[in-house]
Design a protein around this ligand. Sequence first.
Ligand SMILES: C[S@@+](CC[C@H](N)C(=O)[O-])C[C@H]1O[C@@H](n2cnc3c(N)ncnc32)[C@H](O)[C@@H]1O
Length: 213
Amino acid sequence: MDHTQWNEAWTRYREFNYVKLTDIYNRTGIDELSRKAKILDLGCGSGEFIKILKERGFTSVEGWEPQQDLVKQSGFDCIRQGNCLSIPEPPPQYDAVVILGVLHHLSSFDEVTEALKNVKRLLKPGGRFYSVEPRNTLARTVMTRLMFAIPMALLPARVKIDRFLVAEEEVELNRWLAYEFKMTKRAESVGLVSVRKSADWKSSYQIFENRVH
Ligand SMILES: C[S@@+](CC[C@H](N)C(=O)[O-])C[C@H]1O[C@@H](n2cnc3c(N)ncnc32)[C@H](O)[C@@H]1O
């Protein structure tokens, strides 16, 4: 992809990402939370989902993101450098933790387990964990094959960038798709109870509640 094509595709992708994150907001039911709920977006990138939460009236939103350049780019004071694998002691307490498209970037299922344990420690009793990650389906496999079989020039801008991203994170994505089905059980084993789950051909949307002891 040349530079102009890349810029065009990226601009479209950012617009598309806003639509995608709005859809995630609606599907996960975060809208049901009190507007005063203390919410952490863990692995928030440059804060696109935080922008949506603020637009919806949430007043106590924070983001942690390991990449300093994305923290700066966000322009939000409520975003700071942070990592789901190493959290401050004592852990701050949230009514809700949101992790969108982050767990599949971790390098092993042990790291996913570590991240889930950290989420549990960051939640108040009864607090909620909203998770959205890629899902392993036949439709995804077919669509991915098609996307790579069709010449780049014929693909719509949005699909071009999708193809680029899938190629970029091929190893991570395939590793995640091989074990994503274990995620719910693992979350439950660390004390996060699955309370709602939905899915489309590409993604799994889940809500867990911090079990009260
Ligand atoms: C696909 S982006 C998703 C960004 C954002 N959540 C969204 O949905 O727009 C993945 C993000 O995960 C972040 N990330 C990767 N490893 C992480 C870790 N160990 N802890 C927290 N975030 C991490 C990356 O820096 C990147 O911003």
